[in-house]
Every structure is written in C-alpha cells, then in structure tokens.
Design a protein around this ligand. Structure first.
Ligand SMILES: [Fe+2]
Length: 224
C-alpha cells in the first residue's frame, strides 16, 4: 500500500457531459485526499482500490437550500489545499448528489433536529445503494454535512468506520468518554462496535464516512 498520490484511473466512467465532469472532479478530489491518508488506518488500501472502480452518473435527490448554504459555508473551514478543493467541489456538486436523511423513521426530538441539521450523500457502496457514483462490495462512502449546533446522537454499528473531517470542527465522543475536538484534516477510526457521537458548535462540518466491512450492517441509536 502506498501513501503517495496515484494517477487518475486510465479508464474513466461512462460519463460524457459537463455535469459528469464535475462529478469526476469531485471523485478525483476524494481520491487525492484518501491517497494521502495515514497508512496506519485499517483497510485504507481497500478504500483506495474501490475509488478506482468505474463511475456512473449519480441520481440526484434530497437536496435543499439549507444543505446548499451549509456546504457553501463549510468551504471556509478547510485547512489544506486538498480538503479545500474537495469542499469546493462538494458544494459545486451538491444538487447532483443522492442525499438522504439519516434515521428518517425516528421521531424523538433530538432525531427530528438531526433530520433538519444533517444530510448524507451516498458516494460509493453496494449495488443496492441508491443513486451512488461507484458500486463497490468492499467499501462504502458517504459525504455528510452537519450544520452548526447539531448533535448526532450516540450510535453503533457492526461496520468498522473511518471518518475524515474535510472542513469545520467537530466534537467526537467514544462510548461514555468526553467529547474531544477533531479539526479539519483529522482521520478518526471506529473499530467495529465502537459507540460514537458527533456534535458541532459554531461551524458546519463536512466529512467523509467510510465503512470497510459489513456494509449492510444497521446503524442503531443508543440510549443510555
Ligand atoms: Fe458511525
């Protein structure tokens, strides 16, 4: 496994339009960020390999003005050139991506607040993942935008998870531990079954959430 940059894939996707080239730029920007991730992250090579699979046009859904404003605002909170480029492209591609509301069937007040303050777009994953850009059985990837002052309550899943903070600062909790700040550029590793929670304060947080196994596992909110 190499931590250096790799060349763009020789065979591009079956996309030919201007809009598609913007999506290609977005994926290329993700590749650039993931290729320089710490090599100590478990299965990061699997993610790098999956990102080189063929691409297809995403099926746009679930975007709104609030998500657009948060994506635009997040760009200012990236701390290096690669993350800034990725944040800009995420904002530029926002209306073209398959966004969804996490835990849409939950009705508790904190979950309703999460529905309003947090959006996720499927970038890569198994074939049944609706509208995604890359189909992979080895890794799934989601782009998420969490507005300021939003709590993503404690949750757990069997899938081991990597997070990358692209822009904005988030506070992260493992188990019952203290919330600790994770700045832009940070990578966070959640081994399988690690209970975790994220909250934002005064900045929106743009991040990548990546599952590297058990891609069909269910994320469950944990009430203690
Ligand atoms: Fe998670």
């Amino acid at each position: 496994m190499s931590s250096g940059r790799r060349s763009p894939p020789a065979s591009r996707c079956n996309t030919t339009t201007t809009a598609s080239s913007l999506i290609d730029q977005l994926v290329d920007a993700i590749v650039a960020v993931v290729d320089v991730a710490p090599t100590s992250l478990p299965d990061i090579d699997r993610v790098q390999r999956s990102l080189r699979l063929p691409r297809q046009e995403p099926v746009a859904s679930g975007f709104n003005e609030q998500a657009a404003a948060r994506l635009d605002a997040a760009v200012a909170f990236a701390h290096n050139d690669d993350d800034r480029r990725l944040a800009r492209l995420a904002a530029a591609c926002g209306s073209k991506l398959p966004w969804f509301i996490a835990y849409a069937d939950h009705t508790e007040p904190d979950m309703v607040a999460l529905h309003e303050g947090y959006r996720v777009a499927a970038i890569m994953g198994p074939r049944h993942l609706s509208g995604t850009i890359i189909t992979s059985d080895e890794a799934s990837m989601y782009l998420s935008i969490q507005g300021p002052g939003v709590l993503y309550p404690s949750h757990v899943h069997k899938a081991p998870e990597l997070y990358h903070v692209i822009a904005g600062e988030g506070l992260w909790q493992r188990g019952d531990g203290e919330y600790t700040a994770q700045p832009p550029g940070a990578w966070i590793d959640h081994p399988t079954g690690t209970r975790h929670s994220m909250r934002t304060v005064d900045q929106p947080m743009l991040s990548l959430a990546i599952w590297t196994a058990d891609l069909d596992s269910i994320s469950e909110i944990v009430r203690t």
